[in-house]
Design a protein around this ligand. Structure first.
Ligand SMILES: [Fe+2]
Ligand SMILES: [Fe+2]
Length: 157
């Protein structure tokens, strides 16, 4: 899989998991805990790895209009990580959990649209295939590293 295929496949998995979570009720505490624990660790590792590879590469560009695309996306990633942590601190049986999850879901979905529609096309435009392949390997390594670090418990931001 190349970088684009890898990232889009992960986005699609997270879209499904978010959808599954919004179908749960306050009585589905175990399911919420199980799916959210998995989703939040994976999304956190995904966002960090993207910031360090895909976005970092675009941020090296001179054209400020190109860098703004990456900056907008990085800003969304920062908010996503904040919300992931906030939601972890709220009990899945708290009535605030679902409203907060819905906000997180809409920000994540919008973020995926920005990445798929703007960030990845910009990277493909600017970078040669060799660089994209190198970023893909680096991305994969960083996701694994992030997940390993969090296996003893998710980090705070
Ligand atoms: Fe992202
Ligand atoms: Fe992404």
């Amino acid at each position: 899989m190349n970088l684009e295929e890898r990232i889009v496949a992960e986005h699609n998995e997270y879209r499904k998991m978010l959808e599954k979570l919004t179908q749960t009720g306050i009585e589905d505490a175990d399911l919420r805990m199980e799916v959210y624990a998995d989703l939040s660790m994976r999304v956190e590792a995904h966002e960090r790895a993207e910031a360090q590879t895909l976005h970092a590469a675009i941020m090296k560009e001179e054209d400020v209009r190109i860098r703004e695309i990456a900056m907008e996306s990085l800003e969304q990633e920062r908010i996503i990580r904040l919300l992931l942590v906030e939601l972890r601190k709220i009990g899945v049986d708290d009535e605030l959990w679902m409203p907060k999850l819905r906000v997180l879901k809409s920000i994540i979905e919008n973020h995926f649209m920005v990445e798929e529609g703007l960030v990845i096309p910009a990277a493909k435009d600017l970078l040669d295939k060799q660089t994209m392949d190198r970023l893909s390997d680096e991305y994969e390594g960083r996701v694994k590293e992030g997940l390993m670090k969090m296996s003893s418990g998710p980090s705070i931001i």
